[in-house]
Design a protein around this ligand. Structure first.
Ligand SMILES: NC(=O)C1=CN([C@@H]2O[C@H](COP(=O)(O)OP(=O)(O)OC[C@H]3O[C@@H](n4cnc5c(N)ncnc54)[C@H](O)[C@@H]3O)[C@@H](O)[C@H]2O)C=CC1
Ligand SMILES: O=C(O)C(=O)COP(=O)(O)O
Length: 528
């Protein structure tokens, strides 16, 4: 699709899957607002996606960070070796002659065995700039070629470098000592044009540079100057500031430069790999699962994610139930307090995810905004929702459970179900996870215990015999299956509430029928 076509059509889709050639600009994301929920980048670099605009639109951006790593590393090694031995220049020169005449070598001698004398790799020093996934695979392979490998990466763990046999050094030391420099850092404001006149000046004369990362990390005009002066003997480039580069690009046309058109990830295996990786990530994200490869959401490590999963669901359901209890005329929800009862300290329990899910539960049923971990705080702020959190420490933890309970309090709002209002005047709901399943355990001043699956009916009645039977009968007559039921009361013979989980949504008449049971004071049907 052309950019114009993409703009015109993006609103018809829930997800977009792109490679680096498609620019997912603010304009594209705005045009997709309301429908577009996920942008999947079938590769690593996400510099072609406007992350801030995606975050504001609540659009999750996921990438496929691992499936093309080896392909990129292999391409780096291919460029390193072919540059050192002038493979592409020699090939082009020889082909040019053969295409003119099949038999004669010209006087200028295109069978140029002396012109294309190369340099050896063994024993040379390679500086790997950016010791991440691709960089470390390049280092590993270069070791196999007998090179001495040094690396610069301010954030790389020293033990990984040590394990591969690479020495981690400063930026200046890396570029100053190297015979070959291979670039593997992401393009960020900090890395933009870090290879410039000043840094080329610090390199050895006759250094050779390989770039399979991003064109923007090199000041391309400065590289042309360094090539012209001989400071840089050769460069091998897979990526460019502008792709494709201008037709008259001095860099592309330079005789000491080897170029490929951004082929780093282009192997049959890598493309199959990223396709599968991104399809799984996008489908998961559309199903509402937490994406491990989310780019614009806080990173939640996989083990934390699996431990918190039932609490994430509990948090969302409590938010969803709470908002349905708010009376229409109460002037909006202002303050939301989430209270976590836990044996863990702040360092062992990151509540951002839980807070985001409470926000999602509260906002989604009453708006057209799609809320996720990405835009939850932004959305809450926009809607004037003040969400505060409190931790209550719990002395005797149940085994290893991260949380004992989660309570959601909506302050100073009226409720359509007075039974949900606590003594302090807030709507209060509390829940726990039991056997991996979220349960509602407190409604206002009442203790209940109902599994949060399907839908829920809350009834407040006078505590007297026969109530369960009456309600059960009415539901049974219309084939509504009760999945769970619990009765809580303040004092014997006073008020009680019944929390009834139902698989099907009862029709209006059935609900009215329940409301007409004389002892029932109020009831509400809540969707989960
Ligand atoms: N040519 C192609 O087709 C491909 C290009 N790439 C590009 O390769 C690059 C690396 O990708 P991965 O290894 O997967 O990413 P990665 O995130 O695993 O590694 C990047 C490393 O760069 C380091 N880094 C960040 N700032 C730095 C700085 N100022 N100086 C030195 N190091 C710095 C990080 O700490 C990290 O270890 C990215 O730019 C990516 O877009 C990746 C795959 C294919
Ligand atoms: O994954 C990356 O960062 C790449 O540069 C590969 O880009 P591509 O998917 O080949 O357009």
């Amino acid at each position: 699709m052309s950019p114009a076509e993409l703009l015109a059509k993006v609103a018809q889709f829930d997800a977009l899957i792109v490679r680096s050639g498609t620019k997912v600009t603010r304009e594209v994301l705005e045009a997709g607002r309301g429908r577009l929920r996920v942008v999947g980048r079938a590769g690593v670099g996400i510099d072609n996606v406007d992350l801030q605009a995606a975050t504001e639109a609540g659009c999750l951006v996921v990438n496929a960070p691992t499936a093309n790593t080896v392909a990129a590393a292999e391409h780096g090694i291919a460029l390193l070796a072919s540059m050192a031995r002038n493979v592409s220049q020699a090939d082009a020169a020889l082909k040019a002659v053969y295409s003119r005449t099949l038999t004669v070598f010209t006087a200028q001698g295109k069978w140029q065995r002396t012109k294309y004398v190369g340099v050896s790799l063994v024993g040379k020093t390679l500086a790997v700039m950016g010791f991440g996934k691709v960089g470390s695979e390049v280092a590993r392979r270069a070791k196999g070629l007998g090179m001495h490998v040094i690396a610069h990466d301010p954030y790389a763990p020293a033990d990984r470098a040590r394990a591969i046999g690479a020495e981690l050094v400063s930026f200046d030391e890396a570029i100053g000592r190297a015979d070959f420099i291979s670039l593997h850092m992401p393009l960020t404001p900090a890395t933009s044009k870090v290879f410039n006149d000043e840094s080329f000046a610090k390199m050895k004369n006759g250094v050779r540079i390989i770039n399979v990362a991003r064109g923007g990390v090199i000041d391309e005009d400065a590289l042309v100057r360094a090539l012209d002066s001989g400071k840089v003997a050769q460069a091998a480039l897979d990526v460019f500031t502008e792709e494709p580069p201008a037709k008259d690009s001095k860099l592309v046309l330079h005789e000491n430069v080897t170029v490929t058109p951004h082929l780093g990830a282009s192997t049959v295996e890598a493309q199959e790999g990223v396709a599968i990786e991104i399809a799984e990530a996008v489908v998961g994200a559309l199903r509402g699962e937490l994406a491990a490869t989310a780019v614009n959401a806080p990173m939640v490590p996989a083990e934390v994610m699996s431990e918190l999963a039932p609490y994430v669901s509990l948090a969302e359901k409590l938010g969803k139930l709470a908002v349905q209890l708010v009376a229409g005329e109460s002037g909006g929800i202002k303050g939301v307090k989430v209270v976590y009862t836990t044996a863990r300290g702040p360092d062992d329990l990151d509540t951002r995810l839980l807070r985001a899910m409470v926000t999602k539960g509260i906002v989604e049923p009453v708006s057209s905004t799609f809320v996720n971990l990405v835009n939850a705080d932004y959305t809450a702020k926009q809607r004037g929702l003040r969400i505060t959190e409190e931790r209550v420490s719990h002395e005797s933890p149940v085994a290893e459970a991260p949380l004992e309970s989660i309570q959601v309090r909506l302050s100073h709002v009226q409720s359509k179900f007075a039974g949900a209002i606590s003594d302090g005047g807030d709507i209060v709901l509390e829940g726990r996870v039991k056997y991996g399943v979220p349960h509602l355990t407190v409604v206002g001043p009442y203790e209940v215990d109902v599994s949060l699956e399907g839908n829920l009916i809350l009834c407040r009645q006078i505590d007297q015999p026969g109530m369960i039977g009456k309600v059960g009968n009415i539901l049974g007559q219309t084939n509504v299956n009760i999945s769970f039921m619990s009765v809580g009361r303040t004092f014997r013979g006073k008020q009680a509430i019944m929390a009834i989980g139902v698989d099907e949504e009862p029709d209006k008449e059935t609900l009215e029928h329940i409301g007409h049971i004389p002892a029932i004071e109020e009831f509400v049907f809540l969707e989960l």
